[in-house]
Design a binder for this molecule. Sequence first.
Ligand code: ZN
Length: 288
Amino acid sequence: MLGGIEAGGTKFVCAVGDELGNIVERIQIPTTLPGTTMKQVNEFFNRFSLDAIGIGSFGPIDVNMESLTFGYITTTPKEGWRNYPFVQTLKEAFDVPIGFTTDVNTATLGEITLGGAKGLDSCLYITVGTGIGSGAIVNGQILQGLSHPEMGHILVRRHPDDKFEGKCPYHQDCLEGLSSGPAIEKRWGDQGINLVEHSEVWDLEGYYLAQALMQYILILSPKKIILGGGVMKQKQVFASIYKHLPELMNNYIILPDLPSYIVGPGLGDNSGVVGALILAQQTLDKLK
Ligand code: ZN
């Protein structure tokens, strides 16, 4: 039996199951303060006998196993979670092998193993919601180096008619600052859910995301791109990306059929937590 945690800034999804995506039980816990949230995580997992746990966490996190702060959530602005020893805290409660990576990396792992990119050796998973994050698998490996990728914070060219100053606390008008859910809400003065009829909102969203995808495609050459997160539930954004991306690329490289190349998550809302179960199994396998 494996445990998986998809630790998001708004909610934690915990599941027990196996590496084939069979979930025995799953719960959602609001992300409040670490003491409260982790107590509920422990209570849930305590009911099972676990062999390993996989964690996909919001970040930034320290994934460098040589580092003294490996297993920590590091510079997050989220109250209570800054410099939080996530793996160490869980290890005190459960003395089993624990795998640790970003929430988007576990979602990427879930999608390439059992979801929309199944059978491929490379893919990109991007979530567009409260923030914008991305995980990449290249040649069958999760892409990691100096740290984990932070593809939501790349710079994009502004639309000439867009006067919104941007909302990223670090870079103001980076991709996340212009295109996250909160950026949409601030620019247009209403939540995305209430702007469904306003096609200009979603066209502009696709305009920025297409620029980002062009850069990711040119640099990483992924065989499949999966777009998840709350904003991507607006299917109009996909249509806008399919329109803008070929215009930007201008036949420089031949793009595959876009509606089958750039898709929603094959595992729906379970990509992250299923990926966490797979990570738990991989962590066990490494010890053999
Ligand atoms: Zn930024």
